[in-house]
Design a protein around this ligand. Sequence first.
Ligand SMILES: [Zn+2]
Ligand SMILES: [Zn+2]
Ligand SMILES: [Zn+2]
Length: 168
Amino acid sequence: MTASAHPELACQPHDHSHCVSHALEQAEQLCLQQGVRLTTLRKRVLELVWQSHRPLGAYDILGVLSEVDGRRAAPPTVYRALDFLLEHGLVHRIASLNAFVGCSHPGHVHQGQFLICRQCHAAIELQQPAISQAIVSSAAALGFAVEGQTVEVLGRCRACQESPCPTA
Ligand SMILES: [Zn+2]
Ligand SMILES: [Zn+2]
Ligand SMILES: [Zn+2]
């Protein structure tokens, strides 16, 4: 098990540089296996999405690219990079926040299930096939064919419940 595979770490103090380097390494390997190119921009966008466990919006990504990197990336370029990362299962889109978060266990097909802390905005990825199965079978009972499902559960993480003053 690697550090990034422990979902509870997302909202606890930890050496996040391990999460980032592990995610980038996994991405390199997966792209190599799939014969696709992790271009400099795609990799940089992935790194930015991974800068914390809080989902990041496309415009925040654009902002860092232009302000920090001094790179004049046009919005469509960044959206294409995000589409690539989504398509290859390296990030998930959190619809309720209109933002993206790195996948903590890429490399196999799965549906996104997230616990989202409304105080610190950390998104903790769950990996619970029973939830997906329950959705698929309930939908099938109604004759509905499920094509995708992202489960977003709102609440407060353990760290935020313990801290009296919000630090968000
Ligand atoms: Zn981390
Ligand atoms: Zn995932
Ligand atoms: Zn929290």
